[in-house]
Design a protein around this ligand. Structure first.
Ligand code: HEC
Ligand code: HEC
Length: 284
């Protein structure tokens, strides 16, 4: 209703109730009527141009031929056109060459992030931050090595470091001494009786004479404070020594298997992931 109209002068339908209650035929304001007509016209034009009227299994198609699928395909094509030059380069280059190209490696890290989240973080944690029993990838401490080629090999071929079970070869006292020495080494100290055992039992053959680790064997550095198997206490270290890691035929052995991805991912994806992991850990 238009408030500006004077009710006394407004036309009415001639219906009067209760002596003076008149039914007015006041026109709505002009702007309101124009909007109403315009929206009617818009509706008719829209119905003609776009798919709109529902039919039994389908709808009218509209003369423009617009569909949601076409629109999505157009967006996908646009994105692919932006990616194509990068993707083509990645396909032909080695992981090391991708790394050397700053622009390309930035693109690669971005595009591998989702892949890492889907395929790797269930074990290695978001951003490679690690999970109990799984190595951290976001530091510069490596079991097998942090060169781009070694990382690529780890992903492509998988890894399963092996340490034999020593439980049957040692008594409780020896196990305890050796474990104490391992814990002491992590703090830059030593435990003399355990140190002798470390040498005589051949631990240095894999972990290095001073326990400094050997990447060729995937044997971790025992002189740092980074632990593969937690908690880092005597109980846990004794367990590792007694049951080994991936020791065949030892039921309670610790499990440490990195699956091989060469049959699951394309070579390009593996290269991308290698670059991504390298960048996480800051390389070697
Ligand atoms: C099922 C769990 C699991 C999944 C999934 C997994 N990993 Fe691993 N990964 C491991 C384990 C366990 C190790 C350590 C192997 C060992 O100790 O011998 C490892 C080791 C590695 C290493 C070697 C680390 C080093 O210190 O040398 C790299 C690199 C790596 N993984 C990358 C990846 C990437 C990239 C993915 C995703 C494509 C992935 N991993 C998926 C379990 C997994
Ligand atoms: C044949 C090689 C080999 C020998 C011999 C060996 N180790 Fe290991 N050890 C490994 C490997 C490989 C791992 C790590 C496996 C992994 O992370 O997947 C390991 C892991 C460990 C760990 C776990 C470290 C952590 O960060 O949690 C300890 C502790 C350890 N070894 C102590 C010893 C001691 C003590 C001896 C001697 C009695 C010994 N190892 C002999 C290969 C060996």
């Amino acid at each position: 209703m238009n408030d500006k109209n004077n009710p006394a002068q407004s036309p009415d339908t001639g219906h009067v109730w209760d002596g003076n209650l008149r039914e007015l035929t006041n026109q709505p304001p002009r702007w309101w009527m124009i909007t109403l007509y315009l929206s009617g016209i818009f509706m008719v034009v829209y119905f003609i141009l776009y798919p709109s009227i529902p039919l039994v299994n389908d709808s009218t198609e509209g003369v423009l031929g617009w569909t949601q699928m076409k629109r999505m395909q157009e967006s996908v094509e646009k994105i692919q056109a932006i990616r194509a030059p990068y993707e083509n380069k990645i396909k032909d280059l080695s992981a090391a060459a991708i790394l050397a190209d700053q622009d390309l490696s930035t693109y690669t890290v971005r595009s591998a992030k989702v892949l890492f989240g889907d395929r790797c973080s269930p074990c290695h944690g978001g951003g490679g931050a690690g999970n109990p029993g799984y190595p951290v990838l976001a530091d510069d401490n490596w079991l097998y090595g942090g060169s781009i080629e070694t990382i690529q090999q780890s992903i492509s071929n998988g890894r399963a470091g092996m340490m034999p079970a020593f439980g049957a070869m040692m008594n409780e006292q020896q196990l305890s001494d050796l474990a104490q020495h391992v814990l002491a080494m992590a703090k830059g100290e030593e435990h003399a009786p355990g140190k002798e055992l470390f040498t005589s039992m051949g631990c240095g053959g894999c972990h290095g004479a001073q326990g400094e680790g050997m990447q060729m064997m995937g044997a971790p550095n025992l002189t740092d404070a980074i632990w593969r198997f937690v908690p880092a206490n005597e109980e846990s270290v004794k367990y590792t020594i007694a049951h080994g890691v991936n020791a065949s035929g030892v039921e309670q052995t610790r499990q440490a298997r990195m699956p091989s991805f060469q049959d699951q991912l394309s070579e390009t994806d593996i290269k991308k992931l290698a670059v991504y992991v390298y960048k996480l850990g800051g390389g070697q």
